[in-house]
Write a protein that binds this ligand. Structure first.
Ligand code: NAD
Ligand code: GLY
Length: 351
């Protein structure tokens, strides 16, 4: 067996996140270490299916698991209730029971839907996350947020349902298109800014850092945050650094600006808002690092446009909105302001 970095997550359910280069080929043995033989229903998209599903299925079968697989067209447009219903009907037709397992093989879209289906099928079944994008490895596969999109907005239907195991093979990142890998780095940089100055420094030194070390570091931070606030009542909102305005930018662009690109712009705007509120001036280091990773930090929208769309953010509470603001690199705080103050702040900064 390969050497794994193991991060134990102690939420309402305890589980391990295992990180290793080359883990997919021996995933059957890894799963057999933790679970009795059962049936495994794999959810994946068409691209990931063609790249990795055979390796995973063969390894699981060699270790005594029997597998069935449901494939959907890749992309955010598939992340809806119809795909989940299709998968759930498939689980029922295959007579998958609560003593079986669901396995999410893919990026955040696969993971969010497999997690949601696992939360609701037969009132809850165990699932394993096998992330194959950097974003999924450092963020969506850990912490138990599961969801689908509806026309009114992203992730508006969902449930908290922790996975039973996460297995991350860093070798899968090698087949990622450059723009999708870069999107993941926006989240990695986010962890550095919110809670880990040392990670920020590692990332600032070179864009070619050790993926296993970087991913394990990010997961450890996420583990600490979700352990402290599993149900997103407080501290977990720190993970939204760059996301409130990032989501507005994504929406305003009709998703032609990707999530990572939008978060990169959102982090720079949040730093400017922090400076305007009288906190430290960390605009330059944040702008520099996101540009170093190839992001454009300009904002093509006006203060009024950003404000109007951010009002529909599901994290808004009545007449107040919480923004995540850096006090320094490696330390962010939650700053709750009346919604109209956000407009005034956005009008005062240079976007
Ligand atoms: P994704 O799952 O759509 O993957 C992006 C693209 O990469 C897809 O076309 C996919 O087929 C392809 N792909 C995946 N792995 C590949 C590989 N190894 N090689 C080549 N191509 C590969 O998107 P994503 O960026 O991974 O995730 C975005 C989703 O994650 C969003 O829906 C977002 O809401 C969600 N998310 C959830 C959480 C959470 O906590 N649950 C956190 C952050 C984001
Ligand atoms: N990705 C944000 C969270 O898990 O809370």
């Amino acid at each position: 067996m390969n050497n794994y970095t193991t991060i134990r997550v102690n939420t309402s359910k305890q589980y391990d996140v295992l990180v290793c280069n080359g883990s997919l080929a021996e995933i059957g043995a890894v799963v057999a270490n933790q679970f009795d033989k059962c049936r495994i229903a794999i959810l994946t998209d068409d691209i990931v299916n063609s790249l990795y599903a055979d390796t995973v299925t063969e390894s699981l079968q060699q270790n005594g698991f029997s597998c069935v697989k449901y494939i959907f067209p890749n992309g955010e447009r598939s992340k809806n209730i119809n795909t989940v219903l299709g998968f759930i009907n498939f689980l029922a037709a295959e007579q998958i029971t609560r003593s079986d397992l669901i396995l999410a093989l893919g990026g955040g879209v696969v993971g969010d839907m497999a997690g949601f289906a696992s939360a609701i099928y037969q009132r809850g079944i165990r699932y394993i996350q096998v992330p194959t994008t950097l974003l999924a490895a450092v963020d969506s596969s850990v912490g138990g947020k599961t969801a689908v999109d509806i026309s009114a907005g992203k992730n508006l239907i969902g449930a908290f349902h922790q996975p039973s195991l996460v297995i991350c093979d860093t070798a899968t990142l090698e087949t990622l298109p450059a723009n999708i890998l870069r999107d993941g780095y926006a989240e990695v940089i986010k962890y550095g800014v919110i809670l880990d100055k040392k990670l920020f420094d590692i990332l600032s030194r070179s864009t070619k850092g050790n993926p296993e070390e970087i991913i394990a570091r990010c997961i450890s931070i996420k583990r600490d945050v979700v352990t402290a606030d599993e149900f997103d009542k407080g501290e977990r909102q720190l993970l939204n650094f760059g996301h409130t305005l990032g989501h507005s930018i994504e929406l305003l662009s009709n998703f032609t600006i990707t999530h990572g690109e939008a978060v990169a712009k959102g982090m720079v705007i949040a730093a400017k808002l922090g400076k305007e509120c009288g906190y430290a001036d960390v605009v330059e280091p944040i702008k520099n690092i996101v540009e170093m990773y190839g992001f454009d930090t300009s904002c093509p929208y006006s203060a009024e446009q950003l404000y109007r769309v951010s009002l529909s953010d599901k994290k808004r509470q009545k007449e107040k909105i919480t923004i995540v603001i850096p006090e320094s690199v490696g330390k962010c705080i939650l700053h709750t302001i009346p919604t109209e103050e956000l407009l005034s702040l956005l009008n005062r900064i240079k976007l």
